[in-house]
Structures are given as structure tokens and as C-alpha cells.
Ligand binder design. Structure first.
Ligand code: ADP
Ligand code: MG
Length: 247
């Protein structure tokens, strides 16, 4: 078990548009992720993958379109509540460097869930145990390997008992020998029934773990389907070209 048991939800992105000035970064994105399933988003750099993820937990507001969890729009929900429901893990971990590993995890529990210090510490320790880092509770992030830091970041998100997890190139900053451990943790989470959207360059992970693979190009999902469809029967020339570069 990686996460405390929670109920995952379905996620739907409906016609998401977003521009930065004249740069139309998202140009009508649709994506459906059934409850408990994992969608991997692949595509070239600059195609809008990170921006899309950020619209899901409202780190950024779309100009048009909607994000639905179990059929209900998140756009009316308070960002604090939404960020408990939708956990996010970044390429650069984004841990607070001046705080212990334990404190990194208790902070959100205290601020967002209004737990007491004792309650927060108990949950944080249990979550660290689940990701195999109980012994590092009092360490500063800088004293951990990149792989360990990323597992702390995942533990921090899971401690809030999210219903959806978002991963933005969570292994891209890791030394090659550390990638496997983090991908393994993500695969466990998927197997336990977490609803996940995973932006990744790890095509092996996408092929093995994803229920759906979505290829993004220039602000739209150009092609989406089961891994076998995308990797073995890709039709779109741009997808075929992308795959020939990364596989
Ligand atoms: P990807 O994750 O697929 O590499 P991004 O979503 O990071 O793509 O970026 C898509 C486009 O949006 C790029 O052209 C990038 O320069 C632009 N962009 C991303 N974030 C911002 C921002 N905060 N302000 C202005 N432009 C941005
Ligand atoms: Mg990105």
C-alpha cells in the first residue's frame, strides 16, 4: 500500500483554452480519465502539457472550458479545498529546503486540513513509512538523493488523501539509477486505483501503466487511446515522428 485508502474520482477536461498573450498554448483540449485510471500525456516540449496539468488544480485558470471531477466543475471550488483533492508532483520536487522532511509534510496538513501538530506528525510519519523513508523524517531535503526527495514530494501529496494525482515529468530531473524507484512508486499508486494524469517521457511506463495515452501537440490532444493503439498503431504523422524520436 502506498496511500491511505481514499475514493478516487473521474476527471474530465472539456474544451480547455488558454493563451499567454498572443501565444495560444491550449487550443481546445478534451481528455477523460475514468475513476481509478491513469492517463499518460506525451508530446514534444512546448506543446502545453505542463500548462494543461496546472489548469486541473487551478494553479492557472483556463480562458475557456471546464474541469470536472465526478462530473462536477472544479471552477467554483476554493483553491485550498481543490488542492487537497488534487495532488501534484513536479519535476523539481518543490520541497521547502529549510524545513525537515517531516515538516514539509505536516505543513500542508496543518494549513489545509487544520490538523493539530500531533495529528499531522502521525499522518506524516505513516506516509513516510509507506514510501520507505521513515528514517529520513528529520533530515533536510538537501541531504537526500533526488529519488528520495521525489518520494517525499509524493508522500506530501498523498498525506492529504487526494482523489486525483498529477505528475509533471516527475522523473526528468533524476539520475538514471534513481528513476526506477520513483516510477515503481507511481505504478503502485496506479495499481491501487488512484486516478492519475502523468506527463512523462518514460514511454515504457506509459506503455505498461497507462490506461490511456494522450499525445499532445501544439495545444491539442491530437490522438488518444490505449497504449497499444498509440504505440503500435499510431496514425497521425506527427505522432509517428514523435515516437520515432523517443522510442
Ligand atoms: P510543455 O510542458 O509541453 O513543455 P508548457 O505548458 O510548459 O509546455 O508550455 C507551453 C507554452 O506555453 C510554451 O510556449 C511556453 O513558453 C508557454 N508558457 C508556459 N507557461 C507560461 C507562462 N507562465 N507565461 C507565458 N508563457 C508561458
Ligand atoms: Mg512541461
Amino acid at each position: 500500500m502506498t496511500a491511505a485508502t481514499t475514493t478516487s474520482v473521474s476527471l474530465s477536461l472539456r474544451d480547455i483554452h488558454l493563451a499567454f498573450g498572443p501565444n495560444r498554448v491550449l487550443r481546445g483540449v478534451d481528455l477523460d480519465v475514468a475513476r481509478g485510471e491513469t492517463a499518460c500525456v506525451i508530446g514534444p516540449s512546448g506543446s502545453g502539457k505542463s500548462t494543461l496539468l496546472r489548469t486541473i488544480n487551478r494553479l492557472i485558470e483556463p480562458d475557456r472550458g471546464d474541469v470536472l471531477l465526478d462530473g462536477r466543475s472544479v471552477l467554483g471550488e476554493s483553491p485550498d479545498r481543490l488542492r487537497q483533492r488534487v495532488g501534484m508532483v513536479f519535476q523539481q520536487f518543490n520541497l521547502f529546503p529549510h524545513m525537515s522532511v517531516l515538516h514539509n509534510i505536516t505543513l500542508a496538513l496543518r494549513r489545509l486540513k487544520k490538523l493539530s501538530e500531533d495529528e499531522a506528525v502521525a499522518i506524516a510519519r505513516a506516509q513516510l513509512e509507506l514510501v520507505g523513508l521513515a528514517a529520513k523524517a528529520d533530515a533536510r531535503p538537501a541531504h537526500l538523493s533526488g529519488g528520495q526527495q521525489q518520494r517525499v514530494a509524493i508522500a506530501r501529496a498523498l498525506a492529504l488523501q487526494p482523489q486525483v494525482m498529477l505528475f509533471d515529468e516527475a522523473t526528468s530531473a533524476l539520475d538514471p539509477e534513481l528513476v526506477k524507484g520513483v516510477l515503481g512508486l507511481m505504478a503502485d499508486l496506479a495499481a491501487e486505483g488512484m486516478t492519475m494524469v502523468v506527463v512523462t517521457h518514460e514511454m515504457g511506463f506509459a506503455r505498461e501503466v497507462a490506461d490511456t495515452v494522450a499525445f499532445m501537440d501544439r495545444g491539442v490532444v491530437l490522438e488518444a487511446g490505449a497504449p497499444a493503439e498509440i504505440f503500435e498503431r499510431a496514425t497521425h504523422p506527427r505522432l509517428r515522428r514523435f515516437l520515432s524520436q523517443v522510442l
